[in-house]
Design a binder for this molecule. Structure first.
Ligand SMILES: [Cu+2]
Length: 167
């Protein structure tokens, strides 16, 4: 009882700064967003310390850039590790059919999800599901799929590259 009263007092004290917080939030986007967590995307491998990376290790969900890019970093110079094919990315062993799963730290309204292999679309998905199964179309060996989450109400998209070893 006593400690919950103290918590209430702390919350009440915080109310005084609420107007300032309201002004600051729209300009800040670091806590929003999402990424492909399974199979582990490059940013997921950075976050799990499978591969040594720079700033992306702290915010794998933040690979946001203008729609229409084909780069793993979404054009973010501070996440350029993600574009480096020479890093020791682990390739997940898969068959021709692969299910990609997204993890979100905040939801946005979704236009669609797209998957690309060597610049060619593997499929477009609409709706609320964060899990999408694509067919790789007969390729084998080491491949890199670019997953894109296109946001409906902004000009931006989220990008994630996933390294695969296709049986
Ligand atoms: Cu966001």
């Amino acid at each position: 009882m006593k400690s919950s009263r103290r918590k209430l007092a702390a919350v009440a004290a915080g109310v005084g700064i609420a107007p300032l917080v309201t002004v600051v939030l729209p300009a800040t986007s670091a806590f929003a967003h999402g990424y492909v967590s399974s199979p582990p995307s490059r940013q997921a491998q950075c976050a799990q310390r499978v591969v040594q990376c720079g700033q992306i290790q702290w915010e794998p969900q933040s690979v946001e850039g203008p729609k229409g890019l084909k780069s793993c970093s979404g054009g973010n110079g501070r996440f350029s590790d993600l574009d480096d094919d020479s890093k020791a990315w682990r390739a997940t062993s898969v068959g021709q059919s692969v299910t990609f799963n997204w993890t979100f730290t905040a939801r946005h309204s979704t236009r669609n999800y797209e998957y690309f292999l060597n610049g060619k679309s593997l499929g477009v998905f609409k709706g609320q599901s964060s899990s999408h199964t694509v067919n790789l179309g007969g390729v084998t060996g080491r491949q890199k799929v670019l997953a894109v989450w296109n946001i409906a109400d902004t000009g931006n998209a989220f990008y994630a590259c996933v390294d695969l070893q296709v049986q």
